[in-house]
Design a protein around this ligand. Structure first.
Ligand SMILES: Nc1ncnc2c1ncn2[C@@H]1O[C@H](COP(=O)(O)OP(=O)(O)OP(=O)(O)O)[C@@H](O)[C@H]1O
Ligand SMILES: [Mg+2]
Length: 518
C-alpha cells in the first residue's frame, strides 16, 4: 500500500492566528481504497489536519500532493472539485431547511432551479437507497434525529462526487446499531473504490473497520500502523502516554431520599403515537440511574419532558417534592437541576462567548456571584481557571471563545458547567460524547464523586459499556415503556441488556415497577 499514495502530506504545520500550534511538521499519507483512522487526544490536531486537506484552513507551511501532483486548496470548493469531501464533527446543516435543500445548498445550479431541485430529490432517493441511508428528502432537518442528520451529511458529500471521504467523528453521535449500519455503508464505499479517513475516539471501532491508523499527539504524528499490528491498549498508550483503565471502584452505595420522582408520564406526539406510555421511576440521592434503549424508543422525549422542552407531556414529575413538569428550562434549573444535552452545539454552548462566560452561565442567578449589577470578574477568573485545570480543558486562556476549542474540549466545558453548579439532580445525556478515552475516564470519575456527595444522576448513553460501568441501577426503555429494571447494574451483561433493548425479553410489570421507590 505504501508505494504510491493517493494523497500525501509532508511537513505540514498550522499555527492559528491566536498563536495556537495545532499541527507541527505533520506527515500523513493515504492509500487508494483504504479506510485510514486518525486517533489522538482532544486537541491533538486531528480536525485541523483534515480541515487543511479540505481547503478550510490554510497550512502555515508544508506540502500536499494528490495523485503525485502538488495541490493547494484555497477553499473547500477546490477540494470538492478534486473529489474530496468532508463530514464535519459538528453538523453544518441549516435546520430550518429540508434535507434536499441542504443537499443542494452551495452547489452550482447546472440547470433551471426547478429541474435541479427535482433532480436533487431523485439523486437523494437513489443514493440513500444505494448506500442504505434511508432518509426522507422532504423532511425538515430540525425534525431529524442526530443519527439521521449524519446520514444527510454523508449524502451531501456523495452527491458532490467525493472519492475521498473525510469523516470527523461520525460515530460520536450514532447509536451502536447506527454505527454498524454506517460500517456497512463505509465498506460498500470502499468496495467501490472510495478512500475514507475515519476519526474516532472509540478504538474498538477503529480496530473493526480501519486498515491503517495514524496516531496524533499534541499536534504531531506519533506513527502510522497497520491496524492488525497494534492492540487497543497500545493505541491508547501511544495517544495518552499512559494506560487507561475503564473499570471503577465505586465503593458501597447507600441511596438516600428520593430526588426525582416521575409518575405516569404520558406523551402522545403530533402523529398520535404514544411515545411515552405511562412510565414512572425514582432517582434517589447518591444514585446513578442509567436508561438504556435503542434511539427512538422514547428516551429523547423523556429527557425533554424532564428538562422543560416537551409541551404536552402529562403525568407528574417532582424534584425535591416540587413539581417541574411543564415548567420552563430556567425554572427547572433554578430548582437545582443540571442538564448535559446530547447536542452540545445546539443547546449546550454559546459559541462566541468565552470559556469563562460559558462556565459561569449557570451562576448568574446566584447572589454570591453578583456584586451589584456586575459579576465579580476576579472570582470568575479563579473559578474558570480551576475548571480548566480540573477537566483538563485544552485552552489558551479562559477568555478564549469556546468556538475555537476542539470538539472534545467544548464538551468538557459543558460538562464542567453542569457538574460544578452543585445540582441536586444531574441529567447527563451522552456525557462523554466526543471526548478521548482519558477525558471519558475523568468525567466518569467526576460523576461518581457527585454521586458520593449525594447528587442524583440520570445517565443516558448509547455506549453500553459506559452505562454498565457507571450506573448503579438500570432501566430499559422500549417502545415508550420500561421493559426491564435492574436494581444492581453490576449484575447485568451486555447481552442481557441487548435483548431487553430490542424488546425480545421483557420483565413483568411488577418487576419494572420496582424502579418506583415511594
Ligand atoms: N479556529 C481556531 N482558532 C484557534 N485555535 C483553534 C481553532 N480551531 C482549533 N484550535 C486549536 O487547535 C488545537 C487542535 O484542535 P483540533 O480541533 O484540531 O483538535 P482535535 O484533535 O480535532 O480534537 P477533538 O478530539 O477534541 O475533536 C486545539 O488546541 C484547539 O483549541
Ligand atoms: Mg476534532
Amino acid at each position: 500500500m505504501e508505494t504510491s499514495p493517493l494523497l500525501e502530506i509532508t511537513n505540514i504545520s498550522k499555527v492559528y492566528p491566536n498563536g495556537v500550534v495545532a499541527n507541527a511538521n505533520v506527515d500523513f499519507s493515504l492509500a487508494k481504497g483504504e479506510i485510514h483512522a486518525i486517533v489522538g487526544e482532544n486537541g491533538a490536531g486531528k480536525s485541523t489536519l483534515m480541515k487543511m486537506i479540505f481547503g478550510m484552513e490554510e497550512p502555515s507551511e508544508g506540502e500536499m500532493r494528490l495523485n503525485g501532483q502538488k495541490v493547494k486548496f484555497r477553499s473547500p470548493q477546490d477540494a470538492i472539485d478534486s473529489g474530496i469531501g468532508m463530514v464535519h464533527q459538528h453538523f453544518m446543516l441549516v435546520p430550518s431547511l429540508t434535507v434536499v435543500d441542504n443537499m443542494i445548498l452551495g452547489m452550482e445550479p447546472t440547470r433551471g432551479f426547478n429541474i435541479h431541485y427535482k433532480e436533487a430529490v431523485r439523486m437523494t432517493r437513489e443514493l440513500s437507497a444505494r448506500y442504505n441511508l434511508a432518509i426522507d428528502p422532504l423532511a425538515r432537518v430540525e425534525d431529524l434525529t442526530v443519527g439521521m442528520k449524519q446520514k444527510v451529511e454523508i449524502l451531501k458529500v456523495l452527491i458532490r462526487g467525493a472519492r475521498i471521504l473525510i469523516l470527523d467523528e461520525p460515530t460520536a453521535v450514532l447509536t451502536p446499531q447506527e454505527t454498524e449500519e454506517l460500517f456497512k455503508q463505509l465498506q460498500a464505499l470502499k468496495r467501490e473504490g472510495h478512500t475514507i479517513v475515519f476519526i474516532s475516539h472509540k478504538l474498538k471501532e477503529v480496530k473493526a473497520i480501519c486498515d491503517r491508523i495514524t496516531i496524533m499527539r499534541a499536534g504531531k504524528t506519533e506513527g502510522v500502523f497497520e491496524t492488525s499490528s497494534v492492540s487497543e491498549r497500545e493505541i491508547s498508550r501511544l495517544m495518552v502516554g499512559r494506560d487507561v483503565v475503564l473499570k471503577y471502584d465505586k465503593g458501597d452505595r447507600k441511596p438516600g431520599r428520593p430526588v426525582l420522582q416521575a409518575r405516569n408520564l404520558i406523551y402522545v406526539n403530533a402523529e398520535a403515537k404514544r411515545v411515552l406510555q405511562d412510565v414512572g421511576f425514582t432517582i434517589r440521592e447518591g444514585e446513578i440511574l442509567g436508561i438504556a434503549g435503542v434511539e427512538g424508543n422514547g428516551q429523547s422525549e423523556l429527557v425533554r419532558a424532564l428538562t422543560g422542552s416537551l409541551p404536552g407531556a402529562e403525568g407528574s414529575v417532582t424534584v425535591g417534592g416540587e413539581s417541574i413538569l411543564g415548567r420552563s428550562i430556567k425554572d427547572i434549573r433554578d430548582r437545582g437541576v443540571s442538564y448535559i444535552p446530547e447536542d452540545r452545539m445546539r443547546q449546550g454552548a454559546a459559541k462566541d462567548a468565552s470559556i469563562a462566560d460559558n462556565l459561569i452561565s449557570m451562576f448568574y442567578r446566584l447572589k454570591a456571584w453578583n456584586r451589584g449589577p456586575l459579576l465579580n470578574r476576579k472570582k470568575i477568573a479563579a473559578f474558570s481557571e480551576a475548571q480548566i485545570e480540573r477537566y483538563k480543558i485544552r485552552a489558551k486562556s479562559p477568555e478564549q471563545p469556546i468556538g475555537m476549542l476542539s470538539g472534545g474540549n467544548m464538551q468538557k466545558v459543558v460538562v464542567a458547567r453542569e457538574c460544578e453548579a452543585a445540582p441536586k439532580l444531574l441529567i447527563a445525556e451522552q456525557p462523554t460524547r466526543g471526548v478521548d478515552v482519558g477525558a471519558a475516564q475523568l468525567i466518569h470519575q467526576r460523576l461518581l464523586e457527585m454521586r458520593a456527595e449525594g447528587c442524583a444522576i440520570l445517565l443516558l448513553s448509547a455506549d453500553l459499556n459506559e452505562i454498565l460501568e457507571v450506573s448503579d441501577s438500570l432501566l430499559v426503555l422500549y417502545d415508550g415503556q420500561f421493559v426491564a429494571y435492574y436494581p444492581d447494574a453490576s449484575q447485568v451483561t451486555e447481552e442481557t441488556l441487548g435483548f431487553a433493548m430490542l424488546g425480545v425479553q421483557r420483565q413483568s410489570e411488577a418487576e419494572v415497577r420496582r424502579a418506583i421507590h415511594d
